[in-house]
Design a protein around this ligand. Structure first.
Ligand SMILES: NC(=O)c1ccc[n+]([C@@H]2O[C@H](COP(=O)([O-])OP(=O)(O)OC[C@H]3O[C@@H](n4cnc5c(N)ncnc54)[C@H](OP(=O)(O)O)[C@@H]3O)[C@@H](O)[C@H]2O)c1
Length: 330
């Protein structure tokens, strides 16, 4: 359903951070195409990539650990067909491998980064990664070593811009003193507000763009009773916000968003995404959310959120919801 506007016009572009490139104002999260959220119709997922590009999405988000490398490999033909139009973002840090899929250790050592980038480049079939993120920080490795090695990759031409994911404000500041950090990818949505306190002010001060991940609360913020269709293999079954004891409270909060959406002639997902654009403007930040979908219809629905304006009354209704959400975000 694309009830707000249909079909969306090609997306406007926005500068990613003070020294970064122009990208479409909404990116596409590709993780679910290979892992975590149930089975994927590969043909439809590939069509979704193509449709996204047609509609002005330029930033496509992956990581070396999604599908244990399979997500980067999945994107290779798309990149080969459209290398000049696509802004590809990937990440290193987790050490999961096909041999050890349940090993969620983090490795930020220079030798790991140097080999991880080469593996990502090979799987993606490209010479240069546009945006390379440290997926998670390991405190045992000084930022001088990890971000210093990332900066070395820029000098070598293997990477164009640098990003960090889920770091604190002080880590962002310290990293920025070593090399400009173009983008900070952290969870941010109407249900997950922690970064507004310290991280977003630091990003604004440093000219780092925000790339909100899971902007739809891993699907919860789309309403429409989607949780009823979660398969047993779906990773969300194990997440605290989706546990039986927390889910009913959280879905009551989603129902409030659904009501507001209905009154606006929009969908729940569109209101959740429009909230990010409105809240980032309020905080003086640049935000390029990366909702994840494997379906063209949902992609179009999500892109239409870029033209949805939320009134002060709707923003006020949404404001307290995050404080009532049960279960930590993971
Ligand atoms: N840096 C990190 O640590 C980190 C962590 C998590 C995610 N990420 C990145 O952020 C991206 C987005 O996050 P996410 O995928 O976790 O969560 P999300 O974007 O909040 O939600 C994705 C879920 O919502 C569903 N969905 C999307 N649009 C919908 C719509 N309009 N109506 C109904 N359902 C809809 C998707 O299903 P379908 O695919 O079936 O449409 C999928 O199950 C990921 O793809 C990944 O690239 C990064």
């Amino acid at each position: 359903m694309t009830s707000h506007t249909h079909p969306p016009l090609p997306q406007p572009q926005i500068q990613l951070g003070k020294d970064g490139p122009l990208v479409g104002v909404q990116g596409l999260g590709c993780m679910g195409m290979s892992e975590f959220y149930g089975t994927t119709d590969e043909t439809e997922a590939r069509a979704t990539l193509e449709r996204a590009l047609e509609l002005g999405v330029t930033m496509f988000d992956t990581a070396d650990m999604y599908g244990l490398g399979a997500n980067e490999t999945f994107l290779k033909p798309f990149l080969q067909a459209h290398r000049d139009e696509v802004f590809i973002a990937t990440k290193f840090g987790y050490t999961r491998t096909p041999e050890n899929p349940h090993d969620w250790s983090v490795d930020n050592r220079p030798e790991h980064i140097r080999s991880a980038v080469d593996r990502s480049l090979q799987r993606l079939g490209i010479d240069t990664i546009d945006l390379y993120y440290m997926h998670r920080r390991h405190e045992a490795v000084p930022l001088e070593d990890s971000v210093g090695t990332m900066a070395e990759l820029v000098r070598l031409g293997k990477v164009r811009w640098l990003g960090l994911s889920a770091v604190t404000a002080s880590e962002l500041r310290a990293a920025s003193a070593i090399h400009p950090i173009t983008a900070l990818q952290s969870e941010w949505s109407v249900f997950t507000r922690e970064i507004e306190l310290k991280v977003i002010p630091a990003a604004v001060e440093l000219g780092t763009a925000l790339v909100p991940y899971s902007p739809l609360g891993r699907g919860m913020l789309t309403g429409k009773g989607f949780t009823a269709s979660l398969s047993e293999q779906d990773a969300r079954q194990m997440f605290p916000r989706f546990s039986p004891e927390n889910l009913s409270t959280n879905l009551k909060l989603v129902a409030r968003i659904e009501e507001a959406a209905a009154a606006l002639g929009a969908t729940t997902a569109q209101v959740a995404l429009a909230w990010i654009y409105a809240q980032s403007r309020k905080l003086g930040a640049t935000a390029v959310p990366i909702p994840g979908t494997r379906k063209r219809s949902r992609l179009e629905e999500n892109l239409a959120a870029t033209t949805l304006t939320l009134s002060d009354d709707v923003m006020a209704m949404l404001e307290p919801l995050g404080r009532s959400v049960q279960g930590v975000a993971v």
